[in-house]
Every structure is written in C-alpha cells, then in structure tokens.
Design a binder for this molecule. Structure first.
Ligand code: VGL
Ligand code: ZN
Length: 209
C-alpha cells in the first residue's frame, strides 16, 4: 500500500543550503545526492515549505564565539546542552543560500530559524529553548494541514527535531532516503531513539505515490 499525499499533507524541506552541502562549512556527507529526489518528491505534494538555517555572524552556536572551544564540543546554556558548530549559514552569505539545484517553484513559504543570537533552533517549529515558536505550527493549523512529511539535512539534527515537534500535533513521517545525517558523537542513534519515542514514522521514498 502506497502512501498518497493529499491536499491536507505538507512536505517540509529542511535546510538544503550550501553550508550543509559538500564544500560548505558544515558539510553533510552525501548532501548533494538527495536534491534530485527531494525535487521529485516535492512535485508530488501540493503543499511544500522550506526551512532555512539563518544565523547572525556572532551566533551562540558557533564555536568561534567561545574561546578555547572547538566545533562539536558542547557547552551548557540556559536552555540546556548546546553542540558547538563551525560558523555556518550566516545570514546573507552564500553558505546560507538555498541550493540552486532545488527545483520547487510551488514552495509556499520559507521558514527561517536560528536568527536569535542567544538561542539555536534545529527545529522548524520551535527554538532550542523549547518555548519560542517559529510560526510554522500556526501555518499548518490555519491551513488545516494534518500530516507532515520531512526531508533534507541533517537527519540527526534539524530534520529530526522538526519531525519530533511536528509529531506532537500531526501524523509525521521522515523520508529517510531523502535525508542525510551528520552523525557526530552518537547523534544519529540518539535522534533515531528520540524520533521513535515521539511516534515519528520512518519511511522511504518508495513508500509514496
Ligand atoms: C543544523 C547543526 C546546526 C542542521 C543546523 O540543519 O541539521 N545542524 N545548524
Ligand atoms: Zn545552525
């Protein structure tokens, strides 16, 4: 039985930006490989939104802002443990731009996230303080959209957190072969367990259409 997207379903395409692609500052292995598949999947959805990681140059998640710290180490912030990253997706830079290879002209909205200096935001729905909303939940509610499908980068951070937040109010699917992971320090295993306990369903593109 194939899953057939309806007008009440939405595809959320997460962070397909140059800094997460090979050659970028926080490159995800194989990131480029999923773009044709994402385009093909998106063509099968009436409703598509894109997320865009969008940080000020002095963002708190950058290791460069914490003397003596290196990327992939962690620090404790008011809202909990924060992984430190190479500078990436600085607003207005090429690295923050959406990949030119994306061909989704019917995408309805671009949700920017991570623009508050003091707070990171992996999820397209809620910042890392777990309180501040991006507005995406309200968009789905006002549009009457019920099921959420997620693809993009990276499976163990922004895709995973987006799916987990979506699953709080929606039937939610991660299309695994249209996503790739960073997998630093056990992050993929942890995200997989967190997605499972949130009730996120993991499917492959072959399960659709
Ligand atoms: C992401 C780390 C930092 C992602 C964004 O898109 O998965 N990961 N910022
Ligand atoms: Zn980021």
């Amino acid at each position: 039985m194939k899953i057939v997207p309806t007008d009440r379903d939405i595809l959320v395409v997460v962070d397909l930006q140059y800094d997460f692609l090979p050659g970028g500052s926080l490159a995800v292995a194989g990131g480029n490989d999923i773009i044709p598949l994402v385009n093909r999947l998106a063509a099968g959805f009436r409703n598509v939104v894109l997320t865009q990681d969008w940080h000020p140059a002095d963002h708190v998640s950058f290791a460069s802002q914490h003397p003596g710290k290196s990327p992939f180490q962690t620090i404790e912030l008011s809202y909990g443990t924060q992984v430190l990253w190479p500078d990436h997706c600085v607003w207005g830079t090429r690295g923050a731009a959406l990949a030119d290879g994306l061909d989704i002209p019917h995408a309805q909205m671009i949700v920017r996230k991570g623009f508050t200096r003091e707070v990171d935001s992996y999820s397209g729905f809620r910042e890392a303080d777990r309180v501040t909303s991006t507005g995406l939940g309200g968009y789905l509610a006002e549009r009457g959209l019920t099921r959420v499908f997620t693809v993009g980068l990276a499976l163990d951070f922004c895709v995973g957190w987006t799916a987990i937040d979506a699953a709080a109010g929606h039937e939610t699917f991660v299309i695994e072969d249209a996503s790739r992971a960073i997998n630093a320090n056990g992050s993929l295993e942890r995200a997989s367990a967190d997605m499972a306990s949130a009730g996120v369903r993991r499917i492959s593109s072959g399960d659709l259409f």
